[in-house]
Design a protein around this ligand. Structure first.
Ligand SMILES: Cc1cc2nc3c(=O)[nH]c(=O)nc-3n(C[C@H](O)[C@H](O)[C@H](O)COP(=O)(O)OP(=O)(O)OC[C@H]3O[C@@H](n4cnc5c(N)ncnc54)[C@H](O)[C@@H]3O)c2cc1C
Length: 568
């Protein structure tokens, strides 16, 4: 998907100009030893990922949290690491939230202003989503794709709290529905975390877009748990079904990459169909990536069905009424219906569910078609958590912040939430109203981690009464995986027409570049030329970029070590 490519980004430019650097190593040693003690006691607040934390629930949960926190060195009574600086609470530990936390720690703070940072996430792991496909191909380990927060944050004085955010209650409300001060984050188990400054980066979730039967009959692929479930299902099909039929819904990057990795894994032993409602796959991507992807899918035996709208999914043999309500649902409410384990193959009662799913399609002319599938993978799109969760009574998040029609939180150009002076939002959950003429930014890791630099910097500026910076997005290119040793990468590098002409002639230079997997052709975003890399070269560039983009140096070293063992 869109690139998480190497770039100095704002921080390299600005932070080094301000002399910013990581906390000194002497203090790190102290923090490490503090952390190991915290990690022990912090099990009380769920850091171990057990799900049942010492906070309990209801009002007693709130008390239990502060007891556990004050008992744990480093947590402090306020629920954050030691010091007297302002309390910054970050909701969501993905590309936006985790990278903001790490960046805050790398800045130099005037005496007394260094914030005590608390990061809250419902999961005990950060997920590097662009590498989720590698879990299906076995090209990367779980620790490389989804390292635990406790391990990632061990070198930093950041407090991690595992819990599901249920609501935010700001203090100092203004008449226009905004706020001027801090507030409290309330967790679903009743625990609470007070803040002086808040960062919201809760991401997006797979949406069913109201298609009936999706949540019962399809598997999403957007979280670590999703990848584990898909892996289990594929393993079952490999063992039990002679020639499984696979349907992947969604012709964007996620669907195409998923179809490619599944095709590679089931090579020659499955029938795979990729369905898109548009007239081509990857409609928003550079032409070079689209062409490379089409060739790769064809080579892998994936059939592409364009202009096909999924109207409904149904378990074979089930009456239409059992296909679900059709309400818009988020990925965590997918029940998928595919149960595993030993037992009958009828699909009911916890046995292995080998029953077919029926995919009801309709084309532009209204023609209908029904496909049979042993697994339906749903990559049709995502919605901000603020919108997706609203559809599920069990998981609703009460956030007092304005959202747009897509359910995304609205910020100004500095990524500060409209009308809330001490709240910032970034990543998939937010939309910036800043760039008047700019189209909305895509929901990508590339956008989220660039915004993280700005949010960290703007927190520094706001806390120290300095002017804030407007976010400026720099597109670094588009990358995609097309299997373990294949990919496509388009870099937005303008190619001078004379060079493009030489390369497109059939001369020795063009042949050499073609063999290497380099194409200087096509239009980048419809305007200027770009450079497309394909095949093994693109796969290697993609991996190198993701290595560079790991959230911490320690994780970079871990991932590099893992890849060195299995071969880059
Ligand atoms: C399969 C896949 C492949 C992708 N590939 C690419 C790619 O190649 N390049 C690219 O640029 N982008 C890619 N993306 C998109 C990219 O991953 C997202 O845009 C990026 O993760 C957004 O960052 P974020 O911080 O906004 O959200 P996330 O990274 O999703 O983080 C949100 C965090 O919030 C937590 N959370 C959510 N709700 C709650 C709650 N109520 N309480 C507590 N915690 C909560 C979640 O557990 C999660 O850790 C891909 C996405 C997917 C699904």
């Amino acid at each position: 998907m869109a690139a998480v490519a190497a770039s100095g980004g704002l921080c390299a430019a600005r932070c080094s100009a301000s002399g910013a650097q990581r906390a000194g190593s002497a203090s790190r040693i102290d923090i490490r030893s503090l952390w190991s003690r915290v990690a022990g006691s912090a099990k009380h607040v769920g850091i171990s990922g057990s799900g049942s934390n010492g906070c309990g629930s209801g009002s007693s949960g709130r008390r239990a949290l502060s007891v556990a926190c004050s008992a744990a060195p480093g947590f402090g009574a306020a629920g954050a690491s030691e010091g007297t600086g302002p309390r910054v609470c970050i909701l969501g530990g993905g590309f936006g939230g985790l990278y903001t936390a790490v960046k805050l720690e790398s800045l130099i703070w005037p005496r007394g202003t260094k914030p005590r940072v608390t990061l809250i996430d419902q999961s005990d792991r950060f997920v590097f989503k662009p590498l989720l496909y590698e879990l299906l191909s076995g090209a990367a380990s779980e620790e490389e794709v989804a390292p635990p927060f406790a391990q990632l944050l061990a070198p930093y004085p950041v407090t991690f709290v595992q819990g599901r955010v249920a609501s935010v209650q700001p203090e100092h409300a203004t008449q226009d529905g905004g706020s001027t001060g801090g507030g409290t984050v309330v967790l679903a188990d009743g625990g609470s975390v007070p803040y002086d400054w808040l960062v919201v980066s809760l991401g997006a979730e797979t949406s069913t877009f109201g298609v009936p039967g999706v949540k019962e009959s399809a598997l999403p692929f957007a979280t670590f748990q999703d990848a584990q479930r898909v892996n289990e299902r594929l393993t079952l099909l490999e063992q039990r079904v002679e020639y499984p039929e696979v349907v992947v819904v969604g012709g964007g990057y996620a669907g195409v990459e998923l179809a490619a990795v599944v095709a590679e894994r089931l090579r020659g032993r499955a029938r795979i169909k990729l369905i898109t409602s548009t007239d081509d796959i990857l409609p928003q991507s550079p032409q070079g990536n689209r062409e490379t992807a089409k060739r790769a899918l064809q080579d892998k035996g994936v059939s592409i069905l364009t202009d096909a709208q999924v109207m409904e999914l149904r378990r074979a043999g089930a009456p239409a009424s059992s296909s679900g309500s059709g309400g818009e649902e988020a990925s965590s409410s997918f029940s998928s219906g595919y149960s595993s384990g030993s037992g009958s193959s009828s699909g009911g009662g916890g046995g292995e569910d080998l029953a077919k799913r029926l995919v009801y399609l309709r084309d532009r002319e209204g023609q209908q078609e029904i496909l049979e599938a042993d697994i339906v993978l749903w990559s049709a799109g995502q919605a901000p958590v603020t919108k997706a969760a609203a559809a599920d009574a069990q998981r609703q998040i009460a956030l007092p912040f304005g959202t747009n029609a897509r359910g995304a939180m609205q910020t100004d150009a500095t990524l500060r939430v409209l009308r809330h002076q001490r709240v910032f939002a970034l990543g998939d959950v937010a939309v910036s109203a800043g760039g008047r003429e700019q189209p909305p930014l895509p929901a990508t890791a590339q956008v989220a981690f660039q915004q993280a630099d700005y949010v960290a910097w703007n927190l520094w500026a706001a806390i120290n009464n300095k002017p804030l910076l407007s976010f400026s997005y720099q597109h670094l290119g588009d990358m995609m995986s097309l299997g373990t040793t294949s990919g496509a990468v388009t870099l937005p590098i303008p190619v001078p027409p004379p060079l493009s002409a030489v390369v497109q002639s059939n001369g020795p230079l063009s042949q050499l570049l073609r063999v290497a997997g380099v194409k200087l052709s096509g239009s980048y975003g419809g305007s200027s030329d770009g450079v497309t890399l394909e095949g093994p070269l693109a796969a290697a560039v993609r991996r190198a970029a993701y290595l560079y983009r790991q959230p911490t140096l320690e994780q970079q070293l871990r991932v590099a070590g893992g890849w060195a063992q299995v071969g880059f």
